[in-house]
Design a protein around this ligand. Structure first.
Ligand code: AMP
Ligand code: ZN
Length: 463
């Protein structure tokens, strides 16, 4: 079955045809590890995860590389301001290396909590500086760079196709560029971007630095992604993902430098995820609407509920997060959990129902229409014609794409103490001792479990 994917490059939905179906190459721009991973990041990486799981479900082998930006990303994407990592270090009193390690761990833990599959290869920028230097040298040999006392720049006029991804003309961009972007008097055009920052001027004390043919310094953010993706996946990638904020600068720059260096198309399919807002506003610490996995846990909500929330909207549409929408998604997820838990004993006895799997695949192949794919699952749950064991197996197959981790519920062991309390509660209910039943439910809750009453009896699940 063909997967139809929206390609930012052509601004249309196209049939996905990989260069080699035995190894689909997918590169995802990773986080800059100077601060906590928030729910907006989670939306983007769940989006990548759904794309990867869909490709695997369709039978492709996927080589998924994601980077960790731990150097070179300035506070403005267009090379102005401070290095985000150095700022993070100054704020916390830690070294930049400690900051990078702390927030990388936080990112990885968050991804684990929401069942995002780890990339096949996680590329830390600071581990790949030699390949970035090599790529800059290649560009230099092609006459696409120039050096000033402060930096090595990519000369934007070396790539006349600049702007094709975002539909900007170079001349429009020239007008739009702010004056304060020009901080180096020897920079030729405002849109030229930095390949290598020298350890001079405001960066004279930059902690992370390497020797290079242009002196001591550090790489720019854009060259990092080009160098690491091509080193790991070859000169032309099948898929490159990122948030929509990356289209006008970061990804335009990646295309310009990569194609100029190799003479080949850099990426066949550009996939961009729209943003998450909170209560109708951009997330920010000053507005106290910057939520992390710790907040979700503090609200006693299963982090997997975020996945349910994200999948209800197309990855290409903005999504507004509210507490109410998260609570509703948590309830919806519980329905699935309860179904699986109450049919645990049937696991392995049935076989997936082909007609539903076809509908499920059709939905996903419409540019990853997860909302429609979820509606297929609700249809399956309501089915009265097939056996519960076949229904269970079908739902588990769908979950290989949704990633709710329903199969772990099959094997979940409920502690003896909790089971005994649940039995006592059931007895109290039978004897219509409602207050006692409520107290027992409370005790079970305190131990981290919930009792759910269903038509066929009660089910105990982890909170
Ligand atoms: P950053 O660490 O800021 O480079 O972000 C890592 C990834 O998360 C990038 O692809 C961003 O586009 C994406 N991202 C950042 N904020 C949000 C948000 N509020 N909603 C969705 N994606 C986001
Ligand atoms: Zn990137």
């Amino acid at each position: 079955m063909a997967l139809n994917l929206y390609n930012t490059k052509t601004k249309s939905v196209e049939v996905f045809t990989p260069i080699n179906p035995e190894k689909v190459t997918m590169y995802a721009c990773g986080p800059t590890v100077y601060d906590y991973t928030h729910i907006g990041h989670m939306r983007k990486y769940v989006g990548d995860d759904i794309l990867r799981r869909t490709l695997m479900f369709l039978g492709y082998k996927v080589h998924h590389v994601m980077n960790i930006t731990d150097v070179g990303h300035l506070s403005d994407d267009a090379d102005t301001g401070e290095d985000k990592m150095e700022k993070g270090a100054a704020k916390t009193g830690k070294t930049v290396w400690e900051v990078a390690e702390f927030y990388t761990d936080y990112f990885n833990d968050t991804m684990h909590a929401i069942n995002v599959l780890p990339p096949t290869f996680l590329a830390k920028a600071t581990d790949h500086v030699p390949s970035m230097i090599g790529l800059i040298q290649k560009l230099e040999a092609r006459g696409a760079t120039y050096e000033t006392s402060q930096a090595v720049y990519f000369d934007i006029h070396a790539f006349p196709a600049y702007g094709a991804l975002s539909g900007q003309k170079l001349s429009d961009k020239e007008v739009g560029v702010r004056d304060d972007v020009i901080v180096d008097p020897d920079k030729k055009h405002p849109q030229d971007f930095v390949l290598w920052f020298k350890r001079v001027g405001k960066f004279a004390h930059h902690t992370m630095h390497w020797t290079s043919p242009w002196g001591d310094g550090f790489p720019g953010w854009h060259i990092e992604c080009s160098a690491m993706s091509m080193e790991q996946l070859g000169e032309t990638l099948d898929i490159h993902t990122g948030g929509i904020d990356h289209i006008p600068v970061h990804h335009e720059n990646e295309i310009a430098q990569s194609e100029c260096a190799t003479g080949h198309t850099f990426v066949n399919y550009w996939v961009h995820h729209d943003f998450l807002r909170v209560d109708g506003e951009k997330m920010s610490k000053s507005k106290s609407n910057f939520y992390t996995i710790d907040d979700i846990r503090a609200w006693n909500i299963d982090p997997r509920a975020l996945r349910m929330l994200f999948l209800q909207t197309s990855y290409r549409k903005p999504l507004n997060f509210t507490r109410e929408s998260l609570d509703a998604a948590a309830k919806t997820l519980r329905t699935l959990d309860i179904f699986v838990a109450s049919h645990r004993a049937l696991s392995g006895n049935g076989k997936p129902i082909e007609s539903y799997l076809t509908d499920f695949k059709d939905a996903l192949s419409e540019d990853l229409n997860t909302a429609k794919a979820l509606s297929v699952v609700w249809e399956i749950l309501a089915d009265k014609n097939n056996t519960p064991s076949d229904i269970l197996e079908t739902i588990l197959v769908c979950d290989s794409v949704f990633g709710f981790g329903l199969n772990t519920i099959l094997t979940e062991k409920i502690p003896q103490e909790v089971s005994a309390l649940a039995e006592d509660r059931q007895q109290a209910r039978l004897e219509k001792k409602w207050n006692q039943a409520d107290e027992l439910r409370e005790q079970i809750n305190k131990l981290g479990y919930t009792v759910n009453d269903t038509d066929t009896g009660y089910i105990v699940l982890k909170n």
